[in-house]
Design a protein around this ligand. Structure first.
Ligand SMILES: NC(=O)c1ccc[n+]([C@@H]2O[C@H](COP(=O)([O-])OP(=O)(O)OC[C@H]3O[C@@H](n4cnc5c(N)ncnc54)[C@H](OP(=O)(O)O)[C@@H]3O)[C@@H](O)[C@H]2O)c1
Length: 297
């Protein structure tokens, strides 16, 4: 039994563009949803440091997007950033994001990071707000992924979905957030299954508990004491996932606060036993069998 300690709270050399991953995004392009703020902004910054040359960031807040564009371009003169204001929940807005991509080319890496979370008990919840978590977290991820896959048109690509540890937990007041992100994990598996053969890699990760982002600042009381991580930890994890060495994590969910060097040592059992995926836990004593199927011809 291997215990993975959740003891990494800031970016470290194994996943850093200033360390082992220097130059790993050299010449690459990426699209980051929710890229103007928080985790998405840190992702743009760390991929630029790793050598990315073209970064498209989206979100609804044009001012934040413009500020991030200016910051990233000033700090990394070799990078061009395109800022597209768009709400990922509508098909037209997602089409506008893809229409703005330079040369109409598919980016090497897509990072579905835009996300929101509601915080209420089911009976007290506002149905529109409850469902909005699904619209942004799941439908947004689906629409952007769908457009990306269509643009790839049979070619390889990389998709990294920002999920949450809560997708694997049952906690009070989190019914819309947790279930929408749980669905993102399963969607990640579906993408890997349907498009893996063409060279598409799709992974999900928990970015850490981060107090400094918008979501962290609005975090429900029950989590306030456990937000120990930096946005750079999340961004370094995304960079690690984008490298071919992380292919053993295709279709799976990992947590940013795990030590990826230690996780890599477990890669054979992760793949052989198909770990880090969502399954109903039948336990060792229960299995099911469909009775009444017609005989195979
Ligand atoms: N912070 C944490 O502790 C934590 C923990 C677990 C998971 N996460 C996940 O990390 C991701 C990033 O969150 P964060 O912590 O960086 O919080 P944040 O600062 O609130 O960032 C959320 C991002 O999503 C964008 N967004 C929200 N609704 C959108 C919409 N309808 N269309 C397009 N973009 C939209 C926002 O941009 P605009 O405001 O410009 O639209 C913003 O850039 C989320 O998926 C979240 O679930 C965060």
């Amino acid at each position: 039994m291997a215990t993975i300690k959740r003891d990494h709270h800031d970016i470290y050399p194994f996943i850093s563009p200033r360390g082992r991953l220097a130059g790993t995004a050299k010449g690459k392009s990426l699209l980051v949803t929710g890229g103007g703020k928080g985790v998405g902004k840190a992702i743009a910054e760390q991929f630029a440091l790793a050598g990315a040359v073209q970064i498209t960031i989206t979100g609804r807040d044009q001012k934040a997007l413009d500020a991030t564009k200016a910051e990233v371009e000033t700090q990394n003169p070799g990078v061009s950033v395109i800022a597209v204001a768009a709400d990922v929940t509508t098909e037209d807005a997602v089409s506008a994001i893809f229409a703005a991509l330079p040369g109409g080319r598919a980016p090497d890496i897509l990072i579905n990071n835009a996300g929101i979370n509601a915080d209420f008990q089911i009976a007290e919840s506002d149905p529109a707000k409850w469902w909005r978590d699904f619209e942004v977290n799941l439908k947004g991820t689906y629409l952007v992924t769908r457009a990306y896959l269509r643009l790839l048109d049979g070619k390889p690509g990389t998709i990294i979905n920002v999920s949450t540890s809560i997708s694997d937990a049952v906690l009070p007041n989190m019914s819309s957030y947790a279930t929408s992100k749980h669905a993102v994990n399963r969607f990640t598996e579906s993408v890997q299954l349907e498009y893996g053969a063409q060279g598409v890699r799709c992974m999900a990760f928990h970015p850490g508990g981060i107090a400094s982002t918008g979501m962290g600042q609005r975090a429900p009381l029950q989590f306030r004491g456990s937000l120990l991580d930096t946005p750079e930890l999340a961004a370094g994890t995304a960079l690690y996932l984008s490298t071919p060495g992380a292919s053993y994590l295709n279709g799976r969910l990992v947590f940013a606060d795990w030590n990826m060097e230690e996780v890599e040592k477990l890669k054979d059992s992760i793949v052989k036993d198909n770990l880090l995926v969502s399954r109903i836990n039948w336990g060792p004593h229960i299995s099911t069998e469909i009775v009444g199927l017609p005989p195979r011809s």
